[in-house]
Design a protein around this ligand. Structure first.
Ligand SMILES: Nc1ncnc2c1ncn2[C@@H]1O[C@H](COP(=O)(O)OP(=O)(O)O)[C@@H](O)[C@H]1O
Ligand SMILES: [Mg+2]
Length: 454
C-alpha cells in the first residue's frame, strides 16, 4: 500500500521539464508562469487533503463525546499517493483504539454490574469522603438514594461520633459494628478498604442473623447448664448431708435414694434428648422406610396405654390407611412425644384420642387430642423453641425436658411436614403432624378392609 517516496519528485521533475519546454517555445516568462501554476496546483492538492483529514478527526472527536453512531466511526474518504497511506494508517489506528476502548467500557460496565449485585454494601468515597458511587445493598443498609446522595459528604448522613472517629482513622483492619441507618433492628459490620488516588471503599455486611445465631447458642448453653445443674445440686446436697453424718442411718439413706434416682433420670432424659436433637441436626440422611400407619397407630396406642398406667382413657381413630414414607424410628419418636405430652398435661381420668386421617384437600394427618389444661394462645408460636415451657416447674415436676416439641419440629421438617397446634384453655389441645400427600400412598380398598381389622 505504501507508495515509493520518490514519486512526487518525478512529478516535480516532469513539471520542471514541461515548463522548460514551454519556456523554449513561448519564452521564459510563459515557462515560469506554467511552473508556478503547477506548484500552486500541488500546494492546493496537499492543503485540501490536510483539510479533509483535520475535518474528519474533528468529527470523530465530537461523535465520541456524544457517543453517536453506536461506537461505529465515519469512513475517511479514499485518496491517492502519500495522503492515501496517511488516511489508511490514521483510520486503521483509530479503529483499533475504538475497539480497545469499547472493550474497556464494556468491562467497566460489567464490573459495576457485579459490584451492584453484591450482597455486601459497597460505597466508593473520594479523598474528601464524598460519595462517588454505591450499590443496591448500600442503598438498603444506609437508606441512600442515587438521585439525592451522589456527591454528598458521607459524614453528613451518619453523624455518630463512633463512626466519624472510625472513618477519620481509616484503618482497613478495624471493623465497626453499628445499627443500620435504614432499619434500626438490623446490625451492620463496616470495613474500609483503600483504593488508588486517595479513594476509599466502604463495605457493609449485614450481621443481624449471625448475632441472632450467636445469642441463640449462648441461650442454649445457659439453658442446658441450668437444666443440668439443678438435679446435680440436689444429688450433691444429699451426698454432702450423708457425708457430714457422724453415724449414717441406712434407713434415712434409703429414703433419699428414690429422690436421687429421680434426679439422675432427669439428667439422663435431658442428655438423651440433647443427643437426639444433635443427631437430627447433624445427619442429612433420612431413611426411606415404608411405614404402615395402621400398624404404627396400633403400636403407639399400646405404648400410650402402658405409659399412662390406666390413668387416661386412650383410643385410636383410624380414618386413613396406607403407607407413609420416611424414617420409622424418627416418626414414631416424634408422634410419641406428642402422646407423652398429652398424658403429662392431662389430669388423671382425662381422655386422649390418637388419630390418622386425610383432611379434605391436604395430605396425611396424625393427631393427638386431649382433654387437658389447654394452652393460652400467646404461648403457641413459641412452644417448639428449645426449653420453652408454659409452666417450668410443672413440666420439670412431671419429667419434661422442654425439648420434646423441638425434636418433633425437627423430625417433621426433615419429612417436609409441619406441626399444627390448636388449644382451648380448660378444654384441651390438639397437636397434629401434617405430612404432604407425596409421602403418603393410601391403601387400596381391599387392603383397607384388612388393616381395619387390626
Ligand atoms: N398437650 C399439651 N397440653 C398442654 N400443654 C402442652 C401440651 N404439650 C406441650 N405443652 C406445653 O408445651 C411445652 C413444651 O413441650 P415440650 O417441648 O414437649 O417440653 P416438655 O418437656 O416440657 O414437655 C410444655 O412445657 C407445656 O407447657
Ligand atoms: Mg414434652
Amino acid at each position: 500500500m505504501i507508495e515509493y517516496w520518490w514519486r512526487p519528485l518525478i512529478l516535480l521533475a516532469a513539471l520542471a521539464f514541461f515548463s522548460s519546454v514551454v519556456a523554449s517555445l513561448a519564452g521564459a516568462r510563459a515557462g515560469w508562469v506554467v511552473f508556478c501554476l503547477g506548484l500552486l496546483a500541488v500546494i492546493v492538492f496537499h492543503q485540501r487533503q490536510l483539510h479533509r483529514l483535520l475535518t474528519w478527526l474533528g468529527e470523530q472527536q465530537s461523535d465520541a463525546q456524544q457517543d453517536k453512531h453506536g461506537g461505529k466511526h465515519r469512513p475517511l474518504p479514499t485518496t491517492h499517493g502519500h495522503w492515501g497511506d496517511v488516511f489508511y494508517l490514521v483510520q486503521r489506528n483509530y479503529k483499533k483504539n475504538m475497539t480497545l476502548s469499547q472493550h474497556a467500557v464494556e468491562e467497566r460496565q460489567e464490573m459495576f454490574q457485579v459490584a451492584g449485585a453484591l450482597p455486601e454494601g459497597v460505597v466508593i468515597l473520594d479523598p474528601d469522603r464524598r460519595i462517588v458511587w454505591f450499590n443496591r445493598s448500600a442503598q438498603r443498609h444506609f437508606g441512600l438514594s442515587p438521585e439525592r446522595d451522589y456527591g454528598q459528604y458521607f459524614y453528613y448522613l451518619l453523624r455518630e461520633k463512633r463512626f466519624l472517629e472510625w472513618l477519620a482513622r481509616g484503618d482497613a483492619q478495624e471493623t465497626l459494628s453499628m445499627s443500620s441507618l435504614a432499619s434500626s433492628d438490623r446490625t451492620l459490620s463496616l470495613q474500609l478498604a483503600p483504593l488508588p488516588n486517595g479513594r476509599r471503599m466502604l463495605l457493609s455486611h449485614d450481621i443481624t442473623e449471625l448475632i441472632r445465631l450467636d445469642e441463640m447458642r449462648r441461650d442454649f448453653i445457659a439453658n442446658v447448664s441450668h437444666e443440668l445443674r439443678t438435679p446435680i445440686t440436689v444429688i450433691v446436697g444429699f451426698l454432702e448431708a450423708f457425708a457430714d453424718m457422724e453415724d449414717p442411718d441406712p434407713s434415712q439413706f434409703k429414703a433419699q435414694i428414690g429422690l436421687m434416682r429421680e434426679q439422675s433420670d432427669r439428667m439422663r432424659d435431658l442428655i438423651d434428648d440433647l443427643l437426639v436433637l444433635a443427631r437430627l441436626e447433624a445427619d442429612p440422611d433420612l431413611s426411606d422406610d415404608a411405614i404402615d400407619i395402621a400398624l404404627l397407630g396400633q403400636k403407639m396406642l399400646e405404648d400410650a396405654r402402658l405409659l399412662s398406667r390406666g390413668q387416661h382413657l386412650i383410643t385410636l381413630d383410624l380414618d386413613a390407611e396406607g403407607v407413609l414414607r420416611g424414617s420409622h424410628q424418627e416418626i414414631y419418636s416424634a408422634c410419641m412425644n406428642l402422646v407423652s405430652n398429652a398424658e403429662r398435661y392431662t389430669p388423671v381420668g382425662g381422655e386422649i384420642i390418637l388419630s390418622w386421617d386425610v383432611p379434605p384437600g391436604s395430605g396425611l394427618r396424625f393427631s393427638v387430642r386431649d382433654t387437658g389444661e389447654g394452652i393460652e394462645a400467646q404461648h403457641l408460636p413459641r412452644l417448639t423453641e428449645r426449653f420453652y415451657r408454659v409452666d417450668k416447674g410443672r413440666s420439670r415436676g412431671n419429667g419434661g425436658t422442654g425439648l420434646g416439641l423441638a425434636i418433633v419440629k425437627r423430625v417433621l421438617l426433615r419429612h417436609q411436614a409441619h406441626l399444627q397446634i390448636e388449644s382451648v384453655v380448660g378444654k384441651g389441645s390438639r397437636f397434629s403432624a401434617l405430612f404432604s400427600s407425596e409421602r403418603f400412598t393410601p391403601a387400596r380398598p381391599e387392603s383397607a378392609a384388612l388393616t381395619g381389622a387390626v
